[in-house]
Each structure stands twice: as structure tokens, then as C-alpha cells.
Design a protein around this ligand. Structure first.
Ligand code: NAP
Length: 376
């Protein structure tokens, strides 16, 4: 196409797909120019502008779509995934389904897997950065992320590169990105609240948490960020925009507790029985799902979420309270009477077994329970 022979007559023309009689092109990819200041134009408008060719002839161009509009067909993103283990591979499938180009690097060699799945694999970070991806998506373990981020040759990247992550904790990567990345780099912190197991049949209605920590309001970075988030929207995710703080508070009370219960249950070596209840089936499934994630991931949920200690303490107290409710009713004599049918020692005592079984011992409140448990 003869784009290079065209020059813009107006420097304030909005980004978009422009059509002349002979050509259709993305103005952004062809001409560097100022973003249109008129917001109403950026929403729906059709713009008409005059293009001057180098041979002196002019053409009228109509802008049908503004870049950033959902319906606009944009050039696919080049997404560089760092950390290509369990979750990196899983999330890459969605990017590929949405037609984006995926590059990957990792500590281990995944070149064979990548070759079979249309992904470019790089043995080191330098080689990946030289490809200048639009988005660097960090999918490394929580524990290894700081070292990894600090070892990225940032100078090889474009100055408006977007950094995104999928870590299951959010304040930590947000603060790390802000500290380490140059000011022009975009930052989007995300947490897909699903994984290879829960998302194996599709991502529809699965929650996708994100915070645009630092992204320009307009221009290429804003557009690419929208394009990146659209991947998850197009896959059917329930998009939840939420601050990193809020995420960590909710996640400690939900995801971390779930993983902890799963980990505890895994130590019971539970097995399927011929009389499984639905509830028990759920527990077996929870245990299986939890232990299929690495212990590093679970440890990361604890160590890198400021709310996790409080939650594990609450869980501990709650367990003790439940135990005390049970043990509070365990009276030796009652046991003997009810289970072992040992006759009453005192013949004059007319209390019947029925009366004894209905005997309730007052429940302890939480602080009493904690006091009892701490003396055990
Ligand atoms: P993970 O154990 O948390 O992380 C494994 C990844 O970290 C692999 O790519 C591994 O590289 C890399 N890694 C680990 N230690 C490393 C080290 N010392 N140096 C360099 N790289 C190292 O398991 P994951 O399930 O794949 O999770 C990856 C990220 O996704 C985590 O941040 C997690 O919080 C997040 N996430 C996971 C899920 C899920 O369901 N699994 C859901 C949402 C978000 P190699 O494979 O090359 O060794």
C-alpha cells in the first residue's frame, strides 16, 4: 500500500481507520500525530480529512472507526510472557485464541511446547526484550518475581511498554513495578481468579480483577491497554476493576482460606468412599485442586499478602471454638452412660439417660475458648 506517499493535511486528526477511494489504513500505525483533543469525536464520530500525497494530489479520507472503539479491528498485540510454567501456558492459550502474537521466556526450556502451540520461545530475557513486545506479562511465581523483574533489560524495550502481571497478590507487584519501571512504562495489575483447573472449560463468567495503575488516558498506550483487557472480556470473563489493596483484603478472606483448608485436608489423605455425600465430593475436589498448585504459590499467598496472617489466626481461633463446642459437651460420665451403658453408681440418682442426653453445657464464648485452648 502506498501509505508512505501520503502526508496528513491536519496534524490533529484523530487516531483511527481512514478510508480513501484507494486505501484503508490505520493513521496511528502510519503517521505519528497528536491525539485528538475532542473527546466526543473519539467516541462515535466520523471524521473527514484531506490527505496530500507527495505527488501533490489530494484525497479525501473518511474515518470510520476510532482506535479504541470496541469494533475497531486493530493490529494484534505482541505479548511477551515471562514465566512460562503452569499458569503462563494456560493464559497464553487465551491470547492465541484472540489472535495475538505470544512470545515467551522462562527459567526452564519450553521451546518444544511453544513450537507446537504457535508461540515464539526465547532462551533468555534479552532476546525476548529485543523483540520489543507491546505488553510484558509477568506470570512467574510470586516468590521469584522481584529477582526476575530486576533482571529485565528494560533499556531494550519500547519506552511506552505496558507491564502487566497475573500474580495472586496485588499490592506487592504494584509497588515493585512503580519502584523499578521507568515513568513512561504502563502498569496494569491483574488477577485472573481462575486457573488451569477451574478455567479448563472456558473463562465465561469467571472473575478477572484488574487495576490500571499507571496508563496514559489517550494515545497508543491507552489503546493497547484496552486491547489487552479486551482479551479477557472477549473470552467472557466478568471484569472487576478493583484497587490492589481491596483485592488483597478480599483474596485473603476467600482464596487464601480456601487454599489453607485444601492444604489441611490434604494431610488427612482423604479417599473416595462408596457412600460419598455431595459435600464430601466437594472437599475431595477442593483438596485435589489445591494441591495441584505449587507450594510456592500457596506460600506466596501467605507471605506476600499483608492480610493473610490475620486470616490464618482467625481460622485457628475458629477451629478451636468449634472443638470447644464439641469437647464442652463431652462429659465422661455421660459417655459411660450413653455409649458404654455403665449403670449409675449412685442408686439414689434417678436421672434417666434421656434426661442426661438432653443435658446441655453452656457454650463458651470466643475469648473463653481461646483461653482454654492456650492452656492446653
Ligand atoms: P508458580 O509455582 O506460582 O510459578 C511457576 C512459574 O514461576 C514458572 O514459570 C517458573 O518457571 C517460575 N519460577 C519459579 N521459581 C523461579 C525462580 N527461582 N526463578 C525463575 N523463575 C521461577 O505456579 P503457576 O501456577 O504457574 O503460577 C504462576 C503465577 O500465576 C503466580 O504468580 C500465581 O500467583 C499466578 N496465578 C496462578 C493461578 C493458578 O491457578 N495456578 C491463577 C491465577 C494467578 P519455570 O517453569 O521455567 O521453572
Amino acid at each position: 500500500m502506498a501509505f508512505s506517499s501520503l502526508q496528513l493535511a491536519q496534524s490533529t486528526m484523530p487516531n483511527g481507520i481512514f478510508k480513501t477511494k484507494t486505501n484503508t489504513f490505520f493513521t496511528k500505525t502510519v503517521f505519528p500525530f497528536t491525539q485528538c483533543a475532542n473527546k466526543s469525536l473519539v467516541s462515535n464520530a466520523r471524521a473527514i480529512t484531506k490527505l496530500t500525497c507527495v505527488n501533490g494530489t489530494t484525497e479525501i479520507a473518511t474515518c470510520n472507526h476510532i482506535i479504541g472503539d470496541k469494533n475497531t479491528k486493530l493490529a494484534p498485540l505482541k505479548i511477551g510472557i515471562i514465566g512460562f510454567g503452569n499458569f503462563g501456558q494456560f493464559i497464553a492459550k487465551g491470547m492465541r485464541r484472540q489472535g495475538h502474537s505470544v512470545l515467551a521466556t522462562s527459567r526452564s526450556d519450553y521451546s518444544e511446547y511453544c513450537e507446537q502451540n504457535g508461540i515464539q520461545f526465547f532462551r533468555n530475557m534479552e532476546a525476548l526484550c529485543e523483540e520489543q513486545p507491546d505488553v510484558i506479562l509477568v506470570c512467574s511465581s510470586i516468590l521469584s518475581t522481584e529477582n526476575i523483574i530486576r533482571s529485565i533489560p528494560i533499556h531494550k524495550l519500547k519506552p511506552d511498554t505496558i507491564f502487566a502481571d497475573v500474580l495472586s497478590v496485588k499490592q506487592f507487584p504494584r509497588n515493585l513495578f512503580i519502584e523499578v519501571l521507568p515513568p513512561g512504562f504502563g502498569i496494569v495489575c491483574t488477577h485472573p481468579m481462575f486457573g488451569p483447573e477451574s478455567g479448563k472449560n472456558g473463562w465465561t463468567e469467571l472473575p478477572f480483577v484488574f487495576e490500571k495503575v499507571r496508563v496514559t488516558d489517550v494515545g497508543a498506550q491507552a489503546e493497547k491497554c484496552t486491547q489487552f483487557l479486551n482479551i479477557f472480556e472477549q473470552e467472557g470473563c466478568r471484569m472487576v476493576e478493583m484497587s490492589c489493596e481491596e483485592h488483597d483484603r478480599h483474596a485473603a478472606g476467600s482464596q487464601f482460606i480456601t487454599h489453607t483448608i485444601g492444604r489441611v485436608l490434604s494431610h488427612l489423605n482423604l479417599e473416595s468412599t462408596p457412600i460419598n455425600t455431595k459435600g464430601y465430593e466437594t472437599l475431595l475436589q477442593l483438596t485435589g485442586n489445591t494441591v495441584s498448585d505449587s507450594f510456592d504459590l500457596y506460600y506466596g499467598l501467605f507471605m506476600y499478602n499483608v492480610n493473610a496472617t490475620e486470616q490464618i489466626d482467625n481460622l485457628d481461633r475458629a477451629f478451636e471454638t468449634v472443638k470447644q463446642k464439641l469437647y464442652g459437651r463431652l462429659h465422661d460420665i455421660l459417655r459411660k452412660q450413653i455409649v458404654e451403658r455403665v449403670p449409675m453408681q449412685d442408686a439414689s440418682n434417678k436421672t434417666s439417660i434421656t434426661q442426661l442426653t438432653s443435658l446441655t453445657i453452656p457454650e463458651m464464648n470466643l475469648s473463653e475458648a481461646v483461653a482454654v485452648s492456650s492452656h492446653r
